[in-house]
Write a protein that binds this ligand. Sequence first.
Ligand code: PFF
Length: 449
Amino acid sequence: MKNKRIGFATRMGAVAATVGSAVGLGNIWRFPYQAGENGGGAYILVYLICVLLLGVPIMMSEFVIGRSTHKSMKGAVEQLTPGSPFKYFAYIGVLGALLICGYYSVVCGWVIEYLWSSVSGNLLGHTTEQYSQIFNTFVGNPDRCVLWTLLFLLLNFLVLSRGVEKGIERIANVMMPFLFLLLIVFCVNSLLLPDSDEGMEFLFDIDFDDLGWKGVVDAMGQSFMSLSLGVTCLITFSSYFKDDSNLMKDAVTISSLDTLVAILAGIMIFPAVFSFELEPNAGPKLIFEILPTIFQQLPGGTIWAVLFFVLLFFASITSTISLSEISIAFLIDEYKISRMKAIAITATLMTIVAVLSALSFSTLSDIQLLGRNIFDFLDFVGPNIFMLLGGLVTAVYVGWVLKKDVIHNQLTNGGKHKASFVQAYVVFCLRYIAPVAIVIIFLYYIGVI
Ligand code: PFF
């Protein structure tokens, strides 16, 4: 009984929880800083193309694997195609999720620091240069960074210990609508700032000279990061879906909402960046430097700051919950251990990665991997290698190996919905577009192109 698979109570709950997984720091912290580093418009166009050609089809393929078996990756592949070596990629998914969740929790810790300083009234009242310094001083402080990261992980695992329905679904149901509302308010605020049109031009004017291969790679990795693809997260989540959920509709809804949030985050940030004559390419610290500057220009700035960081906190925790659930479900399914044991093992491993990442701006800053500190290394390797590789494997598995009638049955719920065009599109993208695009990226990494 203790290992019985508990599903989401309602379709809305399942969709909200999956949107909760997708929408997170990836949209609100990572997408703007990456767009800023890669010149804006052209990056966003490539990003949107990646969502359409790779993101939506791979999301559907993960749903097909998870919902048809109600198992996480390894068990699912064993059931669908006994003896297939594809099941071993489950380990890559679990490892990728542990690494990503490790460094991601550090940014969640930054969010708590900024929330704390907003609540205590210390955040506002500085110049932009001071905000840059404040950020650097904070991340250079090992105790504070580690403390907030650990606090975040503790909250994360507390929610997880309450189980899928009680914990994840309830949080997602309450927080997602709240998040949309706040984002829209911030966007309107930003658009009303003087010279906001320069920021909009930066976001939407397409100039390929600013992009280059690095921009293409970043956009592709970011689309996977944002949609939670390639680390078996959506296989795990859809294993909790009910059999009558409409996978095509859900994948399109989730991808659209996720993309909308990323674009809204861009509209919230860049008009303000240009209005206050700040640099769009500040990297990972972008939102932490710029937002306080924005908040203090607004009437009731402290309240806006508190609301924003609360929003970001909830967006983050619904994502780390899903990242953690990958390894928890894997351990339960594979080793038949209790949920609490699986949580304890996952928490221990994740804490190790998180602490190492939190220290990579201070005590461990000398450790360099591929010319990056531990945090930046994981921020690169997680999305741009693990997720893309996982996406490639999923695309090849569902596109080439899995029987067509499994895909058809899942997408149409046994013939209840019409799916001929969608199915043809998905299978075409999985068979040809995703493998070719991802292999090109890997060839680029190893210097062949
Ligand atoms: N999609 C999340 C975000 O954009 O913040 C991050 C994420 C969650 C990635 C779950 C991967 C995952 F499995």
